[in-house]
Design a protein around this ligand. Structure first.
Ligand code: UD1
Ligand code: CA
Length: 460
């Protein structure tokens, strides 16, 4: 096997996206589009990947900074030939198969590229172009063959009516002999309808030099689908979602309606988990085995251990959920929440920077922020940790086996010792020692007959 390198073109502006953002940074399944071809290339065992950047170069570099790739800058978009030529310096030493991809063609599969490179190497070709047959080839470069062999590619705007009738087209993906292509690109002209340096012209040069030019026909044209506008972006996202969801299902995850389940690339889910429609699993989320996630749950960057039940409408962000916990319906776990296991966080409970010990529960209508709870704590309905005085945040600490009655305010900083009991309706401003009872409410006054008397007065 010869060495392999990849060049990914991503300098274009993407005018039809009508966006402030460079096209290749628009996301699919939670990931900037440009990562899809980068990863497809990586899986080929690539020596080096060069990303050609131009519009929004700095933002694109930043997004891909951890990908281990090199960059080439195309300051002015003078055509695809010029774009590849910009990568020459970054591949000075390279001799072998050069795979050319586009940053806005995210559906391309590694298997397809593997077949392309293999055909290229076996034929010892100078160029192997990936082609497809389209019922409506409008806009694409047409593959011109003579006696079956590819002789050149003609662009839509340069094509004669009979060439326009050809329906085998250029996908824009190729494998080149690196030495050959960089030499040829230096000789390109711009004598064409668009006044651009056409990469496609190197095919004709190869033929003229008696070099071998191959074409590999793509069976599934979806893979070469380019993203030019947001309608195509949604279309590609749907196809990628379908692929990802299928992988999860084949790995043992039940998706009740995969068409309505939104799982970002890279999210992991254990077997025998059951996911209802309308669920969004985002970012670096990992879901354990045997979990159930009900409709409308949004999980961003969370670790959810085995056998958890996330009930309808809950939102979880940057949190860790220990095994066998139940969350929701309608709970909001904000960043820094750590449920240590067997917890119950019920409806309309909000947590933030809250470490909640094993077996502890807050079943209804509660805010727990900047706090640490021990094990088996029961937090009554309507409890609030008052953690903020308008300037600073303060912590609440609650020991094991504490019982917090309903409608309690814990004015932080405050500590409640293990085994203590806090009576309903208390506003706790001082520490509560272990095993104590704390009551902090106005004593009840009863005025016999008062209400009846008032009713009588009102009738008059
Ligand atoms: C090109 C091909 C055409 C093929 C089509 C497939 C040429 C001359 N034509 O068409 O045969 O059917 O792709 O989609 O190559 N880019 C740059 N810098 C530039 C120009 C383009 O980085 O100066 C990038 C774009 O961002 C895009 C890719 O190259 O990712 C293809 O460019 P685009 O303008 O979409 O392709 P066409 O020239 O229309
Ligand atoms: Ca163009």
């Amino acid at each position: 096997m010869t060495q392999r390198a990849a060049v990914i073109l991503a300098a274009g502006k993407g005018t039809r996206m009508k966006s402030e953002q460079p096209k290749v940074l628009h996301t699919i399944a939670g990931k900037a589009m440009v990562h899809f071809p980068i990863e497809a290339a990586n899986r080929l065992g690539i020596e080096r990947t060069v990303l050609v950047v131009g519009h929004g170069a700095e933002a694109v570099r930043q997004e891909t900074g951890d990908c281990g790739i090199a960059y080439a800058v195309q300051a002015e978009q003078l055509g695809t030939g010029h774009a590849l030529l910009c990568a020459r310096e970054a591949l000075m030493e390279f001799d072998g198969a050069l795979i050319l991809l586009a940053g806005d063609v995210p559906l391309i599969q590694t298997d397809t590229l593997e077949d392309l490179v293999r055909q290229h190497e076996q034929a010892q070709a100078a160029v192997t172009v990936l082609t497809m047959e389209l019922d409506n080839p409008f806009g694409y470069g047409r593959i011109v063959r003579e006696d079956g062999a590819v002789v050149r590619i003609v662009e839509q705007k340069d094509a004669t009516p009979s060439e326009q009738a050809l329906n085998e087209v250029n996908t824009g993906i190729y494998c080149f002999d690196a030495r050959f292509v960089f030499e040829s690109l230096g000789k390109l002209g711009t004598d064409n309808a668009q006044g651009e340096y056409y990469l496609t012209d190197v095919l004709e040069m190869a033929v003229k030099e008696g070099r071998i030019v191959e074409a590999a026909l793509l069976n599934c044209p979806e893979e070469a689908m380019g993203i030019n506008d947001r309608a195509q972006l949604a279309d590609a996202a749907e196809r990628i979602r379908r692929r990802l969801n299928r992988e999860h299902m084949l790995a043992g995850v039940t998706l009740i309606d995969p068409a309505q389940t939104y799982i970002d690339a890279g999210v992991e889910i254990g077997p025998d988990s059951l996911i209802h429609p309308g669920v969004h699993l985002k970012g670096k989320t990992r879901i354990g085995a045997g979990c159930e996630i009900e409709p409308g749950v949004v999980v961003q960057d969370c670790l959810v251990a085995d056998r958890c039940h996330l009930k309808a409408g809950s939102v979880l962000e940057n949190s860790e959920i220990g095994a066998e916990s139940a969350v929701g319906p309608m709970a909001h776990l904000r960043p820094g929440t750590q449920l240590l296991g067997e917890n119950k966080i019920g409806n309309f409970v909000e947590t933030k920077k809250a470490v909640i010990g094993k077996g502890s529960k807050a079943s209804h209508l509660t805010y727990l922020g900047d706090c640490e709870l021990g094990q088996r704590v029961n937090v009554g309905c309507g409890t609030i940790t008052c953690n903020y005085d308008g300037v600073n945040k303060f912590r609440t600490e609650i020991g094991d086996d504490v019982f917090v009655g309903s409608d309690v305010q814990l004015v932080a900083p405050v500590k409640v010792g293990r085994g203590a009991l806090i009576a309903a309706g208390a506003t706790i401003t001082k520490d509560v020692p272990e095993d104590a009872l704390a009551i902090a409410r106005a004593p009840q006054k009863v005025l016999e007959g008062w209400a009846a008397k008032r009713r009588a007065e009102q009738k008059k």
